[in-house]
Ligand binder design. Structure first.
Ligand SMILES: CC(C)(COP(=O)(O)OP(=O)(O)OC[C@H]1O[C@@H](n2cnc3c(N)ncnc32)[C@H](O)[C@@H]1OP(=O)(O)O)[C@@H](O)C(=O)NCCC(=O)NCCS
Length: 178
């Protein structure tokens, strides 16, 4: 196998664990691999993890967990998607598309009607290409010491089921962001 090619579409697998070590394997151990440190936020670890290996090495990841939210006055749950990462030397080959798609296939079995993620403004076009939509409303998220802050990053949502409807109303997460 050439180093540049997978023999066929790479398999996405459930990962038994995803710690700092696995993240470093993908992105290296730099200070700010997601480019979001300036936002100064505390993040929630994800509960379910999907990954792509290339040989012995983990090269892509997406994580999921269920989160309670309100949209306007409506209490509901979303599937939070986070920790989307592709190794720098494997980027631009569709691995984020594959691993996020596999994570969303699982999210469709979890119950909530929508998945939600936070990203830097520069990544909005990429997620739009994957079928996500930017929210225009304020999103409040919890932070340590009972603080409630307005999310400074962009919030994107995607429907997990036919006829899912996302009202254009303010959102509040009853947790840290993921
Ligand atoms: C963001 C990241 C995950 C993207 O991974 P990737 O494997 O290079 O992405 P893909 O190759 O799967 O690209 C996904 C799609 O977005 C498209 N795309 C990429 N950059 C784009 C841009 N600037 N504008 C529009 N579309 C874009 C790709 O063409 C592809 O679409 P296609 O499959 O229809 O061709 C990767 O750059 C990364 O790990 N960055 C560091 C960590 C990070 O910032 N994670 C994001 C957390 S929200």
């Amino acid at each position: 196998m050439s180093d540049d090619q997978f023999p066929e579409a790479p398999a996405v697998v459930r990962l038994p664990r995803y710690t700092k070590r696995e993240q470093d394997e993908i992105l290296g151990d730099g200070d700010d691999p997601f480019g979001v440190a300036a936002a100064g936020l505390t993040w929630l670890p994800k509960k379910e993890h999907f990954g792509i290996r290339h040989g012995d090495r983990l090269v892509a990841h997406a994580g999921l967990l269920r989160l309670p939210v309100t949209i306007g006055d409506t209490e509901t749950e979303v599937v939070g998607v986070g920790g989307v990462a592709v190794a720098p030397d494997r980027q631009g080959r569709g691995l984020a598309r594959l691993v996020v798609q596999a994570a969303l296939d699982h999210a469709r079995t979890m119950g909530p009607q929508h998945a939600l993620l936070f990203c830097r403004p520069a990544l909005v076009p990429l997620y739009q290409r994957l079928g996500w939509h930017p929210l225009g409303t304020e999103v409040l998220v919890e932070q340590p010491e009972s603080r409630l802050v307005s999310m400074p990053l962009r919030t994107m949502v995607t429907a997990l089921h036919d006829n899912a409807y996302w009202p254009s109303e303010p959102v509040r997460l009853f947790s840290l962001p993921m």
